[in-house]
Write a protein that binds this ligand. Structure first.
Ligand code: HEM
Length: 576
């Protein structure tokens, strides 16, 4: 009798479970565009097969783009990663992305971020990047004045100063004729800029001998390497060794930063106590701001006691700025130099703009450009007038966006988005709902990924040449909807450092772009005509290349080979 009861209970449980799994896999998300799914593995199997067919180390954005294309470019694509993690909704339409990133009555600061637990070794657990609600608002309020226009303009001479090391490195490369990964050089440059401007520290990242770089730079690079080619951010138990490696390396970065912050705190206290007559550095250092414990009512008062909690919180913010500050701008500058090297029309237009601003006689004279930019009377105005250079940067960020936001609306919150009307609407729940007004798509509990790599190449917005580097599309009357370009994300959680990045990137390019010619070697090298040896020009005005340089995931998207280039001084470079 007992065994019969047991048997029937087990059978009922099994029937219930299989119906549940069937529902979860095939019915729950049936209105979402998606690839055929498997009962056991969802889309994991097909995702794996697509990865195997292409470059194994390519970034997940490429895989999403392929799936999106195969499905006929719908506004959203569902990828069911269960049982490994929640299903991901890849958002391919700027109109839908905008509904996620803008504030609403339901979500005052836009749809909450997806937990960034996997990044904790890099940014800590109180970082502004991951914080939510009032805690995030208080942090943002603390740091926003530092990132405001007038403060940033005062930093231009500091940024310019650091480009001297970059020029020295490029000169050395031009003399040697050797190829080097440009991204390594721009990364070191950005570390030095962030060190000087944000931390008020010389990080020696551009030292010719890497052994003389500061311990912080070496430790941070070491930590970031533990994130290379991480496609799905699997939970720690899938690779406990790497999880441990990240923790250990993260702890070392934290210790190094703590000793810097303790020193800065002591200096600030001394200045405060002695009421030093010399003026405070203008703008106040980020470290000083990070040491003001933010309160929810917006009052920030300098703390004389450096509690362990305050120390850790300050270090978490500094680590976040170190990450955001060095990573995306360095990749963007390197990509811009690559795209310019294969787009002679754009290179000439940029040269003409810089000639007009600095004088044609300063083409090879980096020192003259640096001096003009560093002068308070001329620098900000020169930067403001770099219209074509700004278009080059916009176009680079359009084609090679380093980052995209990932969000998640809590279960039961009832987040609904509407798809753009020019796309086929989602299937109704059932045939009897066929004629009802479309209620939109409910996105609760899904991982929402605004995929900029797809959004930025939408032919419906950018036309048939969406894949071509054409800075001119950003000049003249604005025809592109603002929400279709979102490399810094939009809404309240948009990048706090975007204006700083724009200034730094404009300074760097203005200093080097007329002085050097860059030639890609290896993947992405230009194709040359067998008879003449000259590069083959495509009808769209770009040189034909051997193979596209794809991106890999290294926390953000970075070019696979670091953009291996040779450098020559203009005038001395080989004829193309
Ligand atoms: C080309 C340059 C840059 C790009 C493309 C970029 C991109 C982004 C993106 C897409 C986000 C949103 C991330 C998310 O929602 O998860 C973001 C946030 C952030 N970025 Fe940047 N970033 C750049 C430069 C910088 C710089 C120079 C800094 C600091 C010096 C910085 C610091 C931050 C911080 C602190 C946040 C979090 C903001 C918040 O949640 O309030 N970024 N960035």
């Amino acid at each position: 009798m007992l065994s019969l009861l047991l048997l029937s209970t087990v059978s009922i449980a099994l029937v219930w479970l299989s119906r549940r799994i069937w529902y979860e896999r095939f019915r729950r998300y049936r209105r979402f565009p998606q690839l055929p799914t498997s009962l056991l593995w969802g889309h994991l199997k097909i995702y794996h097969e697509i990865v195997q067919r292409g470059f194994l180390d390519c970034d997940h954005d490429h895989i999403f783009a392929q799936i999106h294309e195969a499905l006929g470019r719908p506004p959203v694509v569902l990828l069911d990663y269960r049982p490994i993690c929640r299903p991901v909704l890849v958002i391919a339409s700027h109109a839908v992305a905008e509904q996620i990133s803008r504030p609403s009555r339901q979500f005052r600061f836009s749809v909450p971020k997806l937990g960034l637990g996997f990044l904790e070794p890099v940014i800590g657990h109180t970082s502004i990047l991951a914080a939510e609600g009032e805690a995030w608002k208080a942090l943002r309020r603390t740091f926003s004045p530092w990132f405001a226009g007038p403060h940033l303009q005062a930093l231009v001479p500091t940024i310019v100063e650091q480009t001297r090391g970059f020029v020295a490195q490029l000169d050395a490369l031009a003399d040697s004729g050797e190829a080097a990964p440009l991204v390594t050089l721009t990364t070191n440059l950005m570390y030095d800029i962030i060190g000087a401007a944000l931390l008020d520290e010389d990080l020696h990242a551009q030292h010719r001998d890497p052994r003389h770089q500061s311990q912080l730079v070496r430790a941070f690079n070491h930590l970031v390497h533990a994130y290379w080619d991480d496609k799905i951010h699997l939970p720690w138990f899938f690779n406990p060794v790497n999880a441990l490696r990240r923790r250990r390396r993260g702890a070392r970065v934290q210790r190094l930063l703590q000793s810097i912050v303790r020193r800065k705190h002591a200096e600030l206290q001394q200045q405060h106590e002695t009421k030093a007559p010399f003026p405070q550095p203008q703008p106040p250092s980020i470290t000083a701001l990070a040491l003001q414990p933010p309160t929810e009512d917006g009052d920030s008062s300098s703390s004389s006691t450096l509690t362990p909690a305050l120390l850790n919180q300050a270090c978490d913010q500094l680590r976040t700025f170190l990450l955001g500050g060095h990573d995306s701008p360095s990749a963007t500058v390197a990509w811009a130099l690559y795209e310019l090297s294969r787009t002679p029309r754009a290179q000439s237009a940029l040269q003409a703009e810089l000639d007009a601003l600095f004088g044609a006689g300063t083409r090879a004279d980096a020192g003259a450009v640096q001096a003009a930019l560093a002068r308070a009377a001329t620098g900000p105005d020169l930067l403001r007038r770099m219209v074509y250079l700004d278009a080059v940067l916009k176009e680079t960020l359009r084609l090679q966006p380093p980052a995209s936001t990932a969000r998640c609306a809590p279960r039961g919150s009832g987040l609904v988005v509407r798809l753009p009307c020019d796309h086929p609407q989602p299937r109704p729940e059932s045939p009897e709902h066929e004629h009802e007004h479309d209620p939109g798509l409910c996105l609760d509990d899904l991982i929402l990924y605004n995929c900029n790599a797809i959004i930025h190449r939408d032919p419906a917005v950018f036309g048939p040449d969406a894949h071509v580097f054409r800075p001119e599309r950003w000049l003249g009357p604005a025809t592109i909807p603002p929400s279709a370009w979102r490399p810094y994300e939009r809404g309240p959680r948009a990048c706090i450092g975007q204006e700083f990045a724009r200034i730094a990137m404009r300074v760097i390019l203005a200093v080097v772009v007329r002085r050097y010619a860059f030639t890609k070697v290896g993947v992405g090298a230009v194709v040359r005509d067998a008879a003449t040896g000259r590069p083959v020009m495509r009808p769209d005005g770009q040189f034909e290349v051997e193979a596209m340089v794809y991106t890999t995931r290294q926390i953000t998207a970075r070019p696979v080979d670091g953009l291996m280039m040779t450098v020559s001084r203009r005038g001395g470079e080989p004829e193309l």
